[in-house]
Design a protein around this ligand. Sequence first.
Ligand code: FAD
Length: 436
Amino acid sequence: MTSKLQRTEIIIVGAGFTGLSAALELKQAGVDLVLLEARDRVGGRVEAGHNGLGERIDSGGQFLCEDMPQLMALVETRGKTLVETYVDGDFITHPSMSVIQAERTYHGAMAIRERMNRIEPDDPSIEGMSVATWLERQRDPTNAKTAFRSMIEGLWCLPMDRVPLWYLIDNDRRITNEVPELQYFLRETMQSLAEDLAGDLGDRMRLNEAATRIEHGPQGVRVVSANGTIEARQVLVALPPATAAKLDFAPALPPSLGQALGVWKSGAVIKILVRYPKPFWRERGLSGMVMWRDLPGLFACDASRDAEHAALVVFIGGPLALRWQALDEAGLRAEVTTRLQEALGPDAGNVIDFSSRDWIRDRWSGGAYSDLIVDVTARDAERTILAGAPPVHFAASELSPSFPGYVEGAIVAGRIAARKILAELQSPIATRASGS
Ligand SMILES: Cc1cc2nc3c(=O)[nH]c(=O)nc-3n(C[C@H](O)[C@H](O)[C@H](O)COP(=O)(O)OP(=O)(O)OC[C@H]3O[C@@H](n4cnc5c(N)ncnc54)[C@H](O)[C@@H]3O)c2cc1C
């Protein structure tokens, strides 16, 4: 292999929405950059593939809502089509309950979540406490607690005893939507948006080029990949924290930063799209939304593009995903179809396509919507990572001040990181250090 040394101003590692958003911001400011992506596609945890019917479907991040301003603006400027998620009709909890009981249970779970979020994350009375320990101490009815657990394990994709209470509160407070987060999805897929952004980067975007090592170099930094070494003034590591922790840094990162990257764990999620000949649940006055009380972490809702493309999306999150991961495709299909039939009736067995994407232990992005902090003492981890070790900077949706763990969060995190880097590039100290 001929290892050619190349030069640029900024290297960005990772072409998810964080890296893409940072790259576009820097490009617009006239900065020379290279964006390295390990996979043969951009988008990261946003991804699309073809189902057995030849339709392009989102197998990763998909939904958005009007309370996500940056993503909504991008959707508009890029001319994408919003499909409104069908929510009319009754929502099912399974095993079934009366409508009144189901409503009471849902409101009970939401009341627990609101009570939790009213606690200050640095309240000494919750120091060292996990979400599970706190929940045990609440005096709510069992049904409400079970629904709360299902909601938390479904959304954050880790067992509640692993998640520090202060972290969940701090995280949840940053997710500020008032309308449901599943309000819309894109007819063209969310992945098409990532591809459009990458298109604007031209040959600055490099696929199949995993960074393996980040070194200090005469210009600032050097990033090593199988294709050679690139020198730059600064590098932005736009990876989820647990993935960033696996990179080789020379010299090693300051101990506090190494520790801060080490306290994150990826959750577990399997996403499924089940296609039907027609949206049979609508005819029965159902929304298609199902929450299983006996299987925390299992959730389904209508994701039909239109009445001719009837579909339910099924999310399996947390400990249940780890259990069902052991099933082969036929076993998973049988398990999920049976659960849908139990909840929505025999028509749910009339499946015309079943497409599943197992994200657990995904090599390049972790295993779920986002990595979570699992060390109750790691109160400074996010701050420490965001401070970075210039010329090495870090950003990811997880670290966003708004909507962490969402596409919106990734856009916000990427743009903030780009502005910080621009400010550093323009500072006299950085200019002197790079000899320009
Ligand atoms: C199944 C699923 C469903 C989701 N649903 C939604 C949803 O409906 N709505 C929503 O808003 N969010 C959703 N999310 C979350 C959302 O997709 C993420 O929060 C967001 O896309 C994260 O973007 P990111 O750029 O921070 O990280 P990533 O997307 O993980 O990007 C990191 C990139 O770095 C690359 N990479 C890793 N290592 C290297 C290396 N060494 N060198 C070079 N490149 C590397 C990866 O391949 C990846 O492309 C979902 C996620 C999943 C998995």
